[in-house]
Write a protein that binds this ligand. Structure first.
Ligand SMILES: Cc1cc2nc3c(=O)[nH]c(=O)nc-3n(C[C@H](O)[C@H](O)[C@H](O)COP(=O)(O)OP(=O)(O)OC[C@H]3O[C@@H](n4cnc5c(N)ncnc54)[C@H](O)[C@@H]3O)c2cc1C
Ligand code: FES
Ligand code: FES
Length: 1279
C-alpha cells in the first residue's frame, strides 16, 4: 500500500504518513505565524488574512484579480528549479492562505517603519515625490523590494517590472526615476538629484529565515491534509505519485489542483468551491526542467517567470534552442511580473482547455513550436498530445505533467507576436505564432501558422499552411495568395469588449506580412518596407523638470516631498478600509438591478440572502425614513435629485436597489447575489449614447442649455469644412474604491467616507435619516485617488452605509468591489459635436457653427457645459462662433466630474476642428493656430517658446523625411496650446491652532487630501506665514466640524483656496501675538507662544476663503504641449516618444508637487485619449468592468522622454501667493497625443492612396482605431 492509500477520516486515505494539519505555519517578516485551519475557507487569501486577521493594512487591495498590483507582497523561498533563495513579488489577493505553509512573507510593515528606520526603497520613493494619493505606494515598494533583494537591478529591468502595478496619480515618471536611482547603471542625473542616495543603496536589513525554510523542507516531504470548515479538504502533495493517488482516492469528489491560483484572476469560476483542493506547488516533478540534448522537458507547473529564465539559459547555450529567446520575450508579455511569479504553464493551458476562447499565449507558443504535452491519468498511464488536441481532450482525473520542446535547426525560424491595447499587463487582441522551416534560403519546406483570439475554434491557418508548403516565401505572388487565403479562413467573431472582428482579422494578416518582412533578406525588400519587420522597441524612459524657486520665501516655493510621503511608502498612511473593525462591525454590499433601463421593479425578495449565515439585514428604499436622495438640492452644482436605491423604474442597468448587511465582506458580497428581484422588463431600446438619441429622434432626451451667438461673421469664406467629433466616458480608476465606514454615536453618526465633499455627505445623510445636519460628523483623512468620482458619487455609498448603521445601531463598512464600482456609478461626460467651419485661404476662421451635446447620463448633475464652452472659446478668437450647447439624457449611470471636466472636452473639440482645418488646407497646424489666436491671450509666447525649446521645426522636418522613407512605420508630432480659466469658488475654511507646550501648530482645513499635495502646500504656507520651520506644522484630517460648509475638493482650486484660508487664520494669530512679540523684543517662537498662553491669547483662529475676496480673481492657466509618436502601421501600436509640456504655474508654491500634478494629469488624459475605452452591451450592461478589459496607462505607456517646464519669473498677481493651480489643466494638453497619432496615420493614409488624411474623431485613438484608420489593405503588402 502506498503512502496515500489510507487516511485519517477517509477509508482511502489511511496512512501513517499523511499528516493531518490543524494549523499552518509561515514566517511573516521575522516572526512565525500559526493559522488555525478550522476557521479558514479555501478561498481565504493571504491578502484577506494580512488585512483582516493580522490588521496589517499596509498591503492594499483593489481589483482582487491580479490586475492592479496594489496587494503585492514579497515571498522569500527556495526556487524549485534552481534551489536558490529567491525573493518574489506576488499578488496577495490571489495567494490562498492555505498554500503558504512554510513560506516566508514580507509585507511593507516588515521592511521599514518609523521606529526601526525606513528601507532605502521607501526613502527614495518619498524623496523623488513618487507618491500622490499613496494607495499604490506600498505595493510599488514591495515590487521593487523583490527586485532589489534578487539583485536584478538594471534600469531596463526595473522599468520592465512594473506593468502590474497601476498608479493613477503620478504618471509613473517619479516612481520609475526613484527606483532606477537604485540601479547599478543609474543615470548620473538620477544619482545627482539626491546626493545622499549613494548611502541608501546599501541595505541594512538582516538576512534571515533560511533555517526555518530548510526545516520546513524536511517536514514538507509528507503530504499534508487539512479539513476545512465547510468540510472541503486541502491536501498538499510533494510527489507526482502522491498527487495521482490522492486524485484516485477521491474520484467522486469535485476537485481542483492549486498551482499559482491565478486563473481566478481571469475567470471567476476558478474560485468556485470544490470538495478537494490539491496543492501541487511542492511537486518537484511538476516544477523542474530537464535538458536531454535534443529536447527540453519542463514540469508543467513550472512558473512563467522560471520558464523565462530557463528558456534564456538554454537558448544561450544551445543554438538549436535559440528560438526559446523569442518565446521568453513573448512570455514576458503575459500578465505581469507578480502573476508570472506564481502562474504556471499548466494553469495557463488549463484555462485554454476550459475556455477555448481564452487568448492563451502559452498555448499559442507551444502549439507553434511543436511542443508536446504529457498527460498522466490517475492510474499512471501517460499520453502525449499536441496542445491543440489537449484543449479538446477530457482532463477529468488527469494531470498535465510535462511539456517537451523540440530542437529547431537554424533553418527553422520562429516568430511570435502579441498585440495588446497597452504596453503590458493585458491579454492579446490577437496573438500569432509562425514557424517557418526553410528548404533553401527562400523556399519553404513547411510552415506553421497559429493565431489566438480569432474565434473559439480557430487555431491553425491550415489552408494557408498548405499553400505555402514548398513555396518561395519571398515572392509577391506567393504572398498575395497567402493573404487571400488567410482572409478567407480567418473568420473573427464578435466578442465585445474585445476589438472588432474586422480589426482582428486584418491584424492577423498584417502580422503574417510583418513576419515575412522581418525574415526577408534586405536586398529583396523595397527600402521603404524594411522598417515594417521589427516590432516597436521601447528604450528606458527619461525626462527633465525645469522650474525655479525663490529661496528667500522658503519653505514656500521649496521643492519638497509630500508631508505624508514616508507614511505612504511605509504603509503607515491609512485609508478608510484600513480602519480596524469595531466590536459588532458589519459590512455592506450593494444589490444591483440586473435589468435593462426602463424596466420596472415589481418585487424584491431578500429571503435567500437573509438565510445566509452571517447576514443581518437587507435595506431598500422602503427602509429610508427621509429622502431617498443622495444629491440634495440647494447646493452648488446639484440640479437633480438622484435616488439612493431605485424606487421602481430602473434608470440604468446595474442601478443600486438595496444593501445587504452582515458580518463579513465576502459573506455579504455573496448574499447580495441571492436577492431576487422581479422586473417588468422594458422592451424599449436603451439609448446609451448621444448619437443613438439623435438617430432615434427622441427630442425629449435633449435639453438645450444655451446658444452662444457670434459677434461677427467674416466675409472671406474660401473653404467650408464639416465634421463630427465624439469622445466618450472615462472611468476614474481611483485606486481606493468608493467606500464609507459609519459608526453610530450616542446622538448621531460618525461618518468616514472616501469623499471629496464632506458637506454633501453630511446633508445627504441627514436628509435621508431626517436628523439635523449637526448629528452627522464627517471625517476624511485622505482619499486614495478621486479625480472627481468622489465629489457627489460617493454620496450614494455613504448614504447606503449610513442607513444600515442607523437602522442597526452598529458600525457598517461599505466598500464597493471594482465591478460594482465601475458599473453602478457614472464617469466622465461624453461629448459629441457637429461642426461646420468657414475659413479663408490662410485658415483664419470666418464662422464656426457647432452643436455640442454633453451626455450627462440618466440625470443631469454637476453641469459643466459652461466650463466646456469657456475652454472652447478661450484660446482662439471666438467672435465668429455660434455654439449650441445641449445636454443629452442617456440610459447610463449619471456621469460626473473627471479630471478637467468640461474643459478637457472643450479643448479637445476645438483642437479637433483646428486640426481638421490644417489637414484640409494643408497648412502648418501651429501656424494655423497662431493665426487664429484670441487677442489679449498671451499664448503666442508659449507657442513660440515651445517651438524653440522642443526644436519643433527641425523635428517636423526629420519626421517628414522619415515618413517619406518608411511605409510601415510612421512618426507624428502635434502641439496644442491652452488657456484654462480658473474660477476659485468657495467657501473653504481652515483652522490653525498653536500649542503652547512647544509652539507646534496644527491645521485642519476644508479641502480633502486626494493626492494633490494639498496638505503639503498648506503646511508650507502656514510655516511661511508664521515664520516657523515646516517641521512644526502638522495637518489633521479634514472634518465637517473644523471646516464646516466647505465646498467640494475639485476644479484644481482647493489647494489655493484653503491656503488662502490658512493665511487668513495665520494673519489673525500673528495680529493676536504681535503685542506680546513686540513687548518681548526678539523672543524665540517657543517663548513667544508660552507667553501668549500665559496672557490668555487665543491661539486658535479660523479663516475662510470666499469668492468675494477682492485679491483673488479668476485667472487663466496657459500652456502648450508638443507630443511625438512612432506608429507601427502594421499593428496600430505606437510609442509616445517625446512630450514637451510648458505650463504656467505662476510662482509655484511647491514645485515638485506641481510637477507631479502636471505629469499625472497629462498621463491620465493620455490614457483617456488612447487606451481607455468604455463598452456597453446593447441593453446597457457595462462590459468593460474590470482590470482585464479596462486599461489605464501602465508604466511602459508613458512618454519615453517627458520634459516639463514652468515659465520663469511668472508671478500670478491675482492668485494665492502669486501661484496658479495645476491639478487639472494639463489633462487637456494630452490632446496633443491623439493628434500626433493622426499625423502619423495621415501619412499612412496618403501612402494607401487617400488624398486627405482627415477622418472623424470617434472615441479614443486606440491601437485598433489607429490601425483601421491607416487603411491597411493586404493588396499593398509587398516586399
Ligand atoms: C492579471 C492576469 C493577466 C493575465 N494575462 C495573461 C496573458 O496576457 N496571456 C495569457 O496567456 N495568460 C494570461 N493570464 C493567465 C495566466 O497565465 C494564468 O492565470 C496562469 O498561468 C495560471 O496558472 P496557475 O498556476 O496560477 O493556475 P491555477 O489557478 O493554480 O489553476 C488553474 C487551473 O489549472 C488546473 N491545473 C493546474 N495545474 C494543473 C496540472 N498540472 N494538470 C492539470 N490541471 C492543472 C487547476 O486544476 C485549475 O483548474 C493572466 C492572468 C492574470 C491573473
Ligand atoms: S488587488 Fe491584487 S492585484 Fe489588484
Ligand atoms: S499615488 Fe499611485 S495610485 Fe495614487
Amino acid at each position: 500500500m502506498g503512502a496515500l492509500e489510507s487516511s485519517l477520516e477517509d477509508e482511502t486515505l489511511q496512512s501513517t504518513k499523511i499528516k493531518n494539519l490543524k494549523e499552518i505555519r509561515f514566517h511573516l517578516q521575522d516572526k512565525e505565524h500559526v493559522v488555525k485551519t478550522e476557521d479558514i475557507d479555501p478561498n481565504t487569501s493571504l491578502n484577506f488574512y494580512l488585512r483582516n486577521h493580522l490588521h496589517l493594512t499596509g498591503t492594499k487591495v483593489m481589483c482582487r484579480e491580479g490586475g492592479c498590483g496594489s496587494c503585492v507582497v514579497v515571498l522569500q523561498n527556495k526556487d524549485p528549479v534552481t534551489h536558490k533563495n529567491i525573493f518574489l513579488a506576488v499578488n496577495s489577493c490571489l495567494v490562498p492562505i492555505l498554500s503558504i505553509s512554510g513560506w516566508k512573507i514580507y509585507t511593507i510593515e516588515g521592511i521599514g517603519d518609523p521606529l526601526n528606520g525606513y528601507h532605502p526603497i521607501q526613502k527614495v520613493l518619498a524623496l523623488f515625490n513618487g507618491t500622490q494619493c499613496g494607495f499604490c505606494s506600498p505595493a510599488m515598494v514591495m515590487n521593487m523590494f523583490a527586485l532589489y533583494e534578487s539583485g536584478k537591478l538594471t534600469m531596463e529591468e526595473v522599468e520592465n517590472s512594473f506593468g502590474g502595478n497601476i498608479c493613477r496619480c503620478t504618471g509613473y515618471r517619479p516612481i520609475l526615476a526613484a527606483f532606477k536611482s537604485l540601479c547599478g547603471d543609474a543615470n548620473p542625473e538620477l544619482l545627482g538629484q539626491y546626493p545622499d542616495i549613494e548611502d541608501l543603496v546599501v541595505c541594512q536589513r538582516e538576512k534571515c529565515g533560511w533555517e526555518y525554510i530548510e526545516k520546513c523542507d524536511e517536514m514538507a516531504k509528507v503530504p499534508t491534509y487539512t479539513l476545512l470548515k465547510n468540510s472541503s479538504k486541502w491536501i498538499r502533495v510533494h510527489t507526482l505519485r502522491d498527487l495521482l493517488k490522492t486524485m484516485r482516492s477521491f474520484t467522486s469528489s469535485t476537485y481542483r489542483l492549486v498551482a499559482g491560483n491565478t486563473a481566478q484572476g481571469v475567470y471567476l469560476s476558478y474560485a468556485n468551491p470544490v470538495d478537494l483542493y490539491i496543492d501541487v506547488t511542492s511537486v518537484p516533478e511538476l516544477s523542474g526542467y530537464e535538458f536531454r540534448g535534443n529536447s527540453l522537458i519542463l514540469g508543467a507547473n513550472i512558473t512563467l517567470s522560471n520558464t523565462i529564465d530557463v528558456f534564456r539559459k538554454i537558448a544561450q547555450t544551445y543554438p538549436n534552442f535559440s528560438y526559446l529567446n523569442q518565446m521568453a520575450n513573448h512570455i514576458d508579455l503575459i500578465a505581469n511580473l507578480p502573476v508570472r511569479n506564481r502562474g504556471t504553464i499548466a494553469g495557463n493551458l488549463t484555462i485554454k482547455h476550459d475556455y477555448n476562447e481564452f487568448p492563451s499565449d502559452m498555448f499559442l507558443l507551444l502549439e507553434t513550436v511543436g511542443a508536446l504535452l504529457t498527460i498522466v491519468t490517475v492510474d499512471g498511464t501517460q499520453t502525449i498530445q499536441r496542445p491543440s488536441d489537449f484543449i479538446k481532450s477530457d482532463m477529468k482525473l488527469k494531470v498535465l505533467q510535462k511539456i517537451t520542446l523540440p530542437e529547431h535547426p537554424k533553418s527553422v525560424k520562429f516568430i511570435s507576436y502579441k498585440i495588446m491595447p497597452r504596453a503590458q499587463n493585458v491579454h492579446a487582441m490577437v496573438n500569432a505564432g509562425f514557424l517557418f522551416q526553410f528548404r533553401t534560403n527562400l523556399q519553404l519546406e513547411n510552415v506553421t501558422i497559429v493565431y489566438g483570439n480569432i474565434n473559439d475554434e480557430f487555431v491553425h491557418a491550415s489552408n494557408t499552411e498548405k499553400i505555402l508548403k514548398g513555396a518561395n516565401l519571398f515572392d509577391n505572388q506567393t504572398l498575395q495568395a497567402a493573404f487571400g487565403t488567410l482572409s478567407l479562413e480567418l473568420q473573427a467573431d464578435e466578442r465585445p469588449p474585445d476589438p472588432s472582428p474586422r480589426y482582428r482579422q486584418q491584424l492577423a494578416i498584417s502580422l503574417f506580412y510583418k513576419a515575412v518582412l522581418y525574415l526577408a533578406p534586405d536586398h529583396l525588400l523595397s527600402p521603404k518596407n524594411l522598417s515594417g519587420g521589427p516590432i516597436l522597441q521601447r528604450p528606458v524612459s527619461n525626462g527633465t523638470q525645469d522650474y525655479e524657486t525663490n529661496q528667500s520665501l522658503y519653505p514656500l516655493t521649496k521643492p519638497i516631498p509630500k508631508l505624508e510621503a514616508l507614511a505612504q511608502t511605509s504603509g503607515q498612511a491609512k485609508f478608510i478600509d484600513d480602519m480596524p473593525d469595531l466590536p459588532n462591525q458589519l459590512y455592506g454590499a450593494l444589490v444591483l438591478a440586473h435589468a435593462p433601463p426602463n424596466s420596472r421593479i415589481i418585487h424584491i425578495d431578500s429571503k435567500k440572502a437573509l438565510e445566509v449565515d452571517g447576514v443581518v439585514a437587507f435595506f431598500s428604499k422602503d427602509h429610508i425614513p427621509g429622502d431617498n436622495n443622495f444629491t440634495p438640492l440647494g447646493i452648488a452644482f446639484i440640479s437633480s435629485e438622484e435616488e439612493i436605491f431605485c424606487s421602481g423604474r430602473v434608470m440604468y442597468y446595474q442601478q443600486p436597489i438595496g444593501i445587504v448587511v452582515g458580518r463579513r465582506d465576502d459573506i455579504v458580497q455573496y448574499a447580495s447575489t441571492l436577492v431576487e428581484v422581479v422586473y417588468e422588463e422594458s422592451n424599449v431600446e436603451p439609448l446609451l449614447s448621444t448619437r443613438q438619441i439623435l438617430r432615434s429622434g427622441r427630442g425629449d432626451r435633449i435639453i438645450n442649455v444655451r446658444t452662444v451667438q457670434p459677434r461677427r461673421r467674416g466675409n472671406d469664406v474660401r473653404h467650408v469644412i464639416k465634421g463630427t467629433f465624439d469622445i466618450y466616458q472615462q472611468y476614474h480608476f481611483h485606486m481606493e474604491l468608493q467606500c464609507c465606514n459609519v459608526v453610530p454615536t450616542e446622538d448621531g453618526l460618525d461618518v468616514y467616507p472616501s469623499t471629496q465633499w464632506m458637506d454633501l455627505t453630511q446633508i445627504a445623510i441627514a436628509n435621508m435619516l431626517n436628523i439635523p445636519n449637526s448629528r452627522v460628523n464627517v471625517t476624511v483623512r485622505r482619499c486614495g485617488g478621486a479625480f472627481g468620482a468622489k465629489i457627489s458619487r460617493n454620496g450614494l455609498v455613504a448614504c447606503a452605509a449610513a442607513l444600515a448603521s442607523w437602522k442597526l445601531r452598529q458600525p457598517v463598512k461599505l466598500s464597493l468591489p471594482l465591478r460594482t464600482n465601475m458599473a453602478a456609478l457614472g464617469k466622465r461626460f461624453p461629448l459629441s459635436m457637429d461642426y461646420e467651419v468657414g475659413v479663408n485661404d490662410s485658415g483664419v476662421i470666418q464662422y464656426l457653427n457647432c452643436t455640442h451635446y454633453m451626455d450627462v447620463g440618466a440625470q443631469a448633475n454637476e453641469d459643466l457645459s459652461n466650463e466646456m464652452v469657456t475652454l472652447f472659446m478661450s484660446a482662439y478668437d471666438p467672435d465668429t462662433f455660434t455654439i449650441d450647447v445641449n445636454k443629452t439624457i442617456t440610459d447610463t449611470p449619471t456621469n460626473s466630474w473627471a479630471r478637467a471636466p468640461g474643459s478637457l472636452e472643450g479643448l479637445a473639440s476645438l483642437e479637433a476642428i483646428m486640426e481638421h482645418i490644417a489637414f484640409s488646407l494643408n497648412l502648418d497646424p501651429l501656424e494655423l493656430r497662431l493665426r487664429n489666436l484670441k487677442t489679449g491671450v498671451p499664448l503666442a509666447p508659449y507657442i513660440n517658446d515651445l517651438k524653440t525649446w522642443a526644436d519643433i521645426d527641425a523635428r517636423k522636418q526629420e519626421i517628414d523625411n522619415f515618413n517619406k522613407e518608411n511605409r510601415w512605420k510612421k512618426k507624428g508630432l502635434a502641439a496644442v496650446p491652452m488657456a484654462y480659466e480658473l474660477v476659485i469658488g468657495g467657501p473653504y475654511a481652515a483652522m490653525v491652532s498653536i500649542f503652547h507646550g512647544d509652539g507646534s501648530v496644527q491645521v485642519g482645513h476644508g479641502g480633502i487630501e486626494i493626492g494633490q499635495g494639498i496638505n503639503t502646500k498648506v503646511a508650507q504656507v502656514c510655516a511661511y506665514k508664521l515664520g516657523i520651520p515646516l517641521e512644526k506644522v502638522s495637518i489633521v484630517p479634514s472634518t465637517s466640524f473644523a471646516a464646516a460648509n466647505s465646498l467640494q475638493t475639485g476644479s484644481s482650486i482647493t489647494s489655493e483656496a484653503v491656503c488662502y484660508g490658512t493665511i487668513q487664520a495665520c494673519d489673525q494669530l500673528l495680529a493676536r501675538i504681535k503685542p506680546v512679540r513686540d513687548r518681548l523684543g526678539n523672543p524665540s517662537w517657543g517663548e513667544l507662544i508660552q507667553e501668549c498662553f500665559a496672557e490668555y491669547v487665543d491661539l486658535t483662529a479660523r479663516g475662510q476663503y470666499s469668492p468675494n475676496e477682492p485679491n483673488i480673481q479668476t485667472y487663466e492657466v496657459y500652456g502648450a504641449c508638443a507630443s511625438e509618436i512612432l506608429l507601427d502601421v502594421l499593428t496600430g501600436q505606437y510609442l509616445i516618444t517625446r512630450v514637451d509640456l510648458l505650463e504656467d504655474t505662476g510662482q509655484s508654491m511647491s514645485p515638485v508637487i506641481d510637477i507631479g500634478q502636471i505629469e499625472g494629469a497629462f498621463v491620465m488624459g493620455m490614457g483617456y485619449h488612447t487606451t481607455e475605452q468604455i463598452v456597453y452591451s446593447y441593453e446597457g450592461r457595462l462590459l468593460t468592468n474590470r482590470t482585464w478589459n479596462y486599461y489605464p496607462p501602465g508604466a511602459r505607456d508613458i512618454p519615453i522622454n517627458f520634459n516639463v517646464k514652468f515659465p520663469k519669473n511668472n508671478p500670478n498677481p491675482v492668485g494665492v501667493l502669486k501661484s496658479k493651480a495645476t491639478g487639472e489643466p494639463p489633462t487637456c494638453l494630452s490632446m496633443s497625443v491623439p493628434l500626433a497619432v493622426r499625423h502619423a496615420v495621415a501619412s499612412a493614409r496618403a501612402d494607401a492612396g487617400e488624398a486627405i488624411g482627415w477622418y472623424p474623431i470617434d472615441g479614443p485613438t486606440t491601437v485598433e482605431n489607429a490601425f483601421l484608420n491607416c487603411l491597411n489593405d493586404y493588396t499593398h503588402y509587398t516586399l
